[in-house]
Write a protein that binds this ligand. Structure first.
Ligand code: UDP
Length: 358
């Protein structure tokens, strides 16, 4: 029973291949499902905790096709602490990766309580399990949104000061890191990591899993692929006169499979960590691309013409930001391998496969 493990015993069992279950909350979501695959490839046994409130059960079929077997699925709300406590008591869980959260900026402005309830309550609930089982390492999905609009230098490192985000969504990530900091302060043996994602795009090259937005997509890449597939008449590029290379906003777009691998490295690191920590790590490529560059790359790589127009700025958009990735390399030995060309190709192949386009 995990209650009686010290971290030494956990490490020993892990080394002997007896302790590999990793609880992945939100494991049926976009980043969660890709992380499930990479965990499996690395020899872990991913266990998905997802109630499908914001994902589709067909993801499990896609995962089964890639893994060759159905992954263990716990169809429960992450706030169901009684269930989680009982599960962890009965199983050897060697890590928790927490993805389960809402992520649409605009929706969070319209319905803030929905976001605070799901994102903050969900995090507190899962952290209670970590607090009660301090030998279990924990990885949190944070976001570069905690930097706000970078002043001066557009490349942000983990030392760049945080800014309180304007949207409730962004604030749940800012607050999430603070909650984890406070918990670590009270329990110095915990091994915790917050990964600050930049902009994940792309899909698994098998076309078995990818992004499945519910309703009209807010994010750039799914809007591009859906427009190319004929679901929308055109893409609107929000703003063309920003002080950037071509007037459109700049982001650090990272292939979702690279991002998924970073989670495996994060877990490996924490499992082997001798001391408690709350590490904070940027996960991006280190390169910025403008919206127009992404559109042009999509057209070129996939040999397809995209219908687009320029529209007004989107309120709240950061103008330009990209990651300094030195710390990810130093701490985790991780850096992104795939290119933006790979990502737009995989994203389009995924869109074509779900729309049965040849
Ligand atoms: N964007 C756009 N049209 C769209 C969706 C997004 O021009 O239909 C732009 C958006 O203004 C931003 C960039 O694409 O400059 C990335 O937006 P996304 O919502 O994907 O990510 P985030 O804003 O969270 O970085």
């Amino acid at each position: 029973m995990l209650f009686f493990h010290t971290s030494k015993i956990v490490e020993f069992l892990y080394l002997w291949g007896m302790l590999k279950k990793v609880l992945v909350t939100g494991g049926a979501g976009y980043i969660g499902s890709h992380t499930v695959v990479e965990l499996f490839n690395a020899g872990y046994e991913p266990v998905l905790l997802d109630d499908f409130r914001n994902s589709n059960e067909s993801v499990i079929d896609g995962l089964s096709n890639i893994l060759g077997d159905r992954p263990e699925l716990l169809k429960h709300d992450v706030c169901n602490t009684d269930y989680l406590r009982d599960y962890i008591r009965k199983h050897e869980v060697c890590g928790i990766i927490h993805f389960a959260a809402y992520k649409a900026v605009g929706e969070s402005v319209e319905n803030p309580l929905r976001y605070y309830q799901n994102n903050v309550e969900g995090l507190v609930s899962i952290l209670k399990m970590v607090s009660e089982n301090p030998e279990i390492p924990f990885v949190f999905s944070s976001s570069c949104t905690v930097y706000g609009e970078p002043q001066g230098q557009k490349e942000v490192s983990e030392k760049t000061p945080k800014t309180i985000p304007t949207s409730p969504y962004g604030f749940t990530k800012w607050l999430g890191e603070k909650i984890i900091d406070d918990l670590f302060f009270s329990q110095k043996k915990l091994r915790l990591m917050s990964l600050r994602y930049f902009n994940p795009i792309g899909a698994h090259s098998s076309t078995q899993i990818g992004e499945l937005p519910i309703g009209k997509p807010n994010n750039l890449l799914p809007f591009i692929t859906q427009t190319a597939a004929g679901l929308h008449e055109k893409l609107t590029i929000f703003g063309d006169s920003y002080p950037t290379i071509d007037g459109t906003c700049v982001r650090d777009y990272i292939h979702v499979v690279d991002l998924a691998e970073a989670h495996v490295k994060a877990l490996d690191y924490l499992i082997n960590a001798k001391d408690g920590c709350h590490e904070i790590v940027n996960i991006g490529t280190g390169n910025g691309s403008s919206v127009l560059q992404v559109v042009n790359t999509f057209e070129k790589v996939n040999d397809i013409k995209l219908n687009y127009e320029f529209g007004p700025n989107r309120p709240g958009d950061v103008i330009e930001i990209y990651a300094n990735v030195d710390y990810a390399k130093k701490l985790l030995g991780w850096s992104a391998k795939k290119t933006i060309n790979d990502a737009v190709k995989d994203a389009w192949n995924w869109e074509k496969s779900i729309r049965s386009i040849k």
